[in-house]
Design a protein around this ligand. Structure first.
Ligand SMILES: [Mn+2]
Length: 393
């Protein structure tokens, strides 16, 4: 599926951006999305922050004092918009708002495996999160109002003590930039930045990426391998015992036995693929799917008419051997399905593609529809599902 949004690279183009800037150095693109208009109003954003299935934070500061509150944040707990120096951060907006999900599609020149989410920050005059660095790449799209960015490499990563957020003690910015709606700033990991709203009603969209730390992957691999052992393995047996050993001494043979347990693990490439695929497609903790209660025959007829589309919350990845969706591996015999790979890349199948599914593929797709992972295209979310007050705001 092509996104409605196309990034204007100015004097650059995508290959040169990827070669010279991505993960390397910052880039300011004036009017990267010319005429860009906010996807939701301030009121709609504030309403999202009040929901308990949406991750949000409120940060206020005056002088050296910073106060952080975690969502859900009802409107009455937000300061007046005329009050200076506060900012509201709403994570995962692409999981909750179709238009935001569509905007994120414009960044699929980076692998889906790397995408984190779209965060929207609203700031009153002078609001910001202070000088800091992030571990990951980010595109900062100015959606409304103006923001002054001060950016630069971080020579001294010392943090200010006793603050509720990570603030650099000695940030020395190299550049100062004022951005307007449609402008976009790319920052590689660890680049220092401090963005301050110039005037009220400043909205910045952060398209953020993630990269798994290797130690975390190691834990996932070990967990997976241990889980796959199943039967518990051999049980320790005493070697020939001799009388006269101190009773509290831990037997050396038992230590060797523990080491043998480790040597039984023989992970191959398939294990690493499975672990990564399931780990990276695992939905965020606050995500749930709305099951589609319609009878199977009705779902099938609707899919035949209009095709299917992945729910904006669904994550799907594949390798040559396997297909992963929402933390699960697709079972045999469908792990080789070309149709599922098309679905993962396009995030949709049209009516013709759906009609071409074989019986097993069709059954799986309908099962995903019933779970709410996949939606009959063009169809409304069925009435009666989901929590009261849900919606795109
Ligand atoms: Mn940041």
């Amino acid at each position: 599926m092509m996104s409605t949004y196309a990034i204007h690279w100015g004097e650059l183009d995508l290959p040169r951006f990827l070669r010279d800037y991505w993960q390397r150095r910052p880039l300011l693109l004036r009017q990267a999305l010319p005429g860009f208009r906010p996807l939701l109003t301030r009121t709609q954003l504030f309403a999202l922050a009040a929901r308990d299935d949406v991750e949000s934070r409120l940060l206020q500061h005056s002088g050296r004092r910073w106060q952080l509150d975690h969502g859900p944040i009802p409107r009455r707990r937000l300061p007046p918009v005329t009050q200076a120096r506060w900012t509201l951060l709403v994570q995962g907006v692409n999981l909750h708002v179709d238009a935001a999900s569509e905007l994120v599609q414009a960044f699929r020149f980076i692998p889906d495996a790397r995408l984190d989410d779209l965060m929207i920050s609203w700031a009153s005059d002078g609001g910001g999160v202070g000088p800091h660095q992030d571990a990951y790449d980010v595109f900062l799209l100015q959606a409304a109002g103006r923001r002054r960015w001060r950016i630069g490499p971080v020579a001294d990563p010392t943090l200010q003590p006793g603050k509720p957020v990570k603030l650099l003690s000695h940030f020395e910015p190299e550049e100062e930039i004022v951005v307007e709606p449609g402008d976009m700033l790319y920052l590689p990991p660890q680049w220092g930045h401090d963005g301050i709203a110039v005037g009220a009603d400043c909205m910045t969209y952060s398209i953020g990426f993630r990269a798994p730390p290797q130690d975390e992957l190691l834990k996932e691999v070990l967990w997976h391998l241990a889980d796959a052992q199943g039967d518990g393995g051999p049980i320790y047996a005493d070697p020939p015992l001799r009388p006269g050993e101190p009773p509290a001494l831990l037997p050396k043979a038992m230590v060797r036995f523990a080491a043998q347990a480790f040597s039984r693990l023989r992970p191959d490439a398939a294990v690493f693929e499975t672990v990564l695929g399931e780990y990276l497609t695992e939905p965020k903790p606050e995500v749930w799917f709305d099951a589609d209660p319609r009878p199977a025959a009705e779902l099938r007829a609707t899919c035949r008419r209009g095709g299917v589309r992945l729910d904006r919350r669904s994550r799907m990845l594949y390798t040559a051997q396997a297909v992963f969706i929402n933390g699960e591996t697709v079972e045999q015999p469908l792990s080789g399905s070309a149709l599922l790979r098309t679905l993962a890349d396009q995030r949709a199948l049209d009516a013709g593609q759906f009609a071409a599914a074989n019986a097993a593929e069709r059954a799986l797709l309908l099962d995903w529809c019933a779970q709410g992972w996949l939606r009959p295209d063009g169809a409304d979310v069925p009435a009666g599902s989901g929590a009261p007050g849900r919606g795109d705001g």
